[in-house]
Design a protein around this ligand. Structure first.
Ligand SMILES: *Cc1c(COP(=O)(O)O)cnc(C)c1O
Length: 474
């Protein structure tokens, strides 16, 4: 007999068990090895090759999840310092669950008006909490939309930029000449991927040198590249300003990039995926928000450092028509009276996919639970803990700090070769210990270790444990 659909009562019972599982995971995560150490294929070997012949109880899945733990790296572990944090929080988990529970598909306003209107209001709230310029709020010509990731945001920005640079002809005729894109050599790889996906061609991507290894983009070099391209008959379409590069946290000069974007008629997109949310603490706004008045679009990820479970990217545009005119399609089966009348927002025209989850619920839950002070306190904690770590390293001349930005500290062994092989070896041994998880990058051809704080559970003792571990293993 096939397994029946759960009744609401059955769902309630199983749901309680699943929530209990998550709560007990939260209780024990700090005692687990931070990073998974399974070998490739080890987890797959534990799984049946074929699906079950009949229905299985949900409890069997929860039991299997326990057995899979060796294959999980614990991103919510207090000693997770690799990459950038991917914060989770209770309110966000439940907001996500509620969105699943409603199971609505908010592709157009009419398919669930609340999904659109809560999102618009939540994005306006976030803009206010971050101190973003008014031009990104829905009360003016702009507005915000939740995308899955910063990668999608930069691709969307590129499509809008190409549309505008071609006076709207690109949609009809395709590329009539080379369109060029500019970013720092330290910009995130998602810029290069967007260039590929949009068909611009990697030959048209200018990765501009930085003023120092791992530092911000060299504005004079950008100006030269723009001038050369225009002289050669190419059309500059997009400039990306990185506010908090992934490798080292460097912040490009958005004011200067904005002036160049205006002069050359290019779209300015600000990629503040990790660092942007730190502007909930007003003292970081001069660093993070400078020049945003001249940005055409802006993206930051609440799913990194703002307590909102992956995925949630906040993407803002100054001119929503510039975006929707690049993307809108209007097939008969999606037409509604409200859309035809232009009375509502249809977020399907603001990104690449049609269908969309009610993602705003989890962000709304976070903003409401923590409030401005709670959010700012979380950011300040991360920065203070990173400063504690840096202070500890500075007291030990075997280590050299190369970059320090917000809650990211990059460092290496002082006596190392030109490629940083001993530094990398140290990182490998830290990660194999299971007591902390670090990641790396290279600047100027030399490896550095990246240590990024952000997990809400991280406390001073976890920083001190890491310092002790480094001193022990180095
Ligand atoms: C993490 C990161 C991205 C990509 O983030 P996704 O949301 O995973 O696509 C882009 N830019 C910067 C600066 C980042 O740090």
């Amino acid at each position: 007999m096939p397994a029946p659909h759960w009744t609401p009562d059955e769902f309630r019972r199983q749901g309680h068990a699943a929530i209990d599982w998550i709560a007990s995971y939260q209780e024990r995560v700090a005692d687990l090895p931070v990073r998974s150490s399974v070998r490739p294929g080890e987890i797959a070997a534990m799984l049946p090759v074929s699906p079950p012949a009949g229905g299985e109880p949900f409890a069997a899945l929860l039991a299997d999840l326990d057995r899979l733990m060796p294959g999980i790296s614990h991103w919510q572990h207090p000693s997770f310092f690799a990459y950038f944090p991917a914060n989770a929080s209770g309110p966000a988990i439940l907001g996500d669950l509620l969105a699943s529970g409603l199971g609505v598909q908010g592709m157009v306003w009419a398919t669930s008006p609340a999904a659109t209107e809560v999102e618009t209001r939540t994005m306006d709230w976030l803009a206010e909490l971050l101190g973003l310029p008014d031009r990104f709020r829905s009360s003016g010509a702009g507005g915000g939309v939740i995308q899955d990731t910063a990668s999608s945001a930069v691709l969307t920005a590129l499509v809008a930029a190409l549309h505008r640079a071609s006076d709207g002809m690109l949609r009809r005729r395709g590329f009539d000449r080379p369109y060029t894109v500019y970013c720092s050599a330290e910009a995130h790889s998602s810029v290069a991927k967007a260039v590929t996906v949009a068909g611009v061609g990697s030959d048209q991507l200018r990765r501009i040198a930085t003023v120092s290894p791992g530092g911000p983009l060299d504005v004079a070099a950008l100006e030269q590249a723009l001038t050369d391209d225009v002289t050669a008959g190419r059309r500059p379409a997009l400039i990306v300003s990185a506010v908090g590069t992934t490798g080292t946290g460097a912040v490009d000069d958005t004011v200067a990039l904005g002036a160049l974007a205006r002069r050359f008629g290019a779209w300015l997109h600000v990629d503040a995926a990790w660092a942007g949310v730190a502007a909930v603490a007003p003292e970081f706004r001069p660093l993070l928000n400078a020049g945003l008045e001249s940005a055409d679009s802006y993206a930051t990820n609440p799913h990194k450092w703002l307590l909102t479970n992956f995925d949630c990217d906040a993407f803002y545009v100054a001119d929503r028509v510039a975006l929707t005119s690049a993307l809108a399609e209007n097939p008969e089966y999606l037409r509604t009276a409200e859309s035809d009348a232009g009375a509502v927002i249809d977020y399907r025209d603001w990104h690449i996919q049609l269908g969309r989850r009610f993602r705003a619920l989890k962000l709304w839950a976070v903003l409401r639970h923590y409030g401005p002070d709670g959010l700012a306190a979380h950011i300040r904690d991360g920065v203070a803990l990173a400063e504690r770590f840096a202070a500890g390293l500075r007291g030990d001349d075997r280590f050299s700090i190369t970059h320090e930005n917000l809650s990211l500290v990059c460092f290496r062994l002082t006596d190392d070769d030109a490629t940083g092989s001993a530094t990398l070896d140290l990182m490998r041994r830290v990660n194999e210990s299971g007591r902390a998880y670090l990641s790396h990058t290279t600047t100027g051809g030399r490896a550095v270790i990246r240590m990024a704080v952000g997990t809400p559970a991280t406390a001073e003792r976890h920083i001190d444990d890491l310092l002790a571990l480094l001193a022990e293993l180095r």
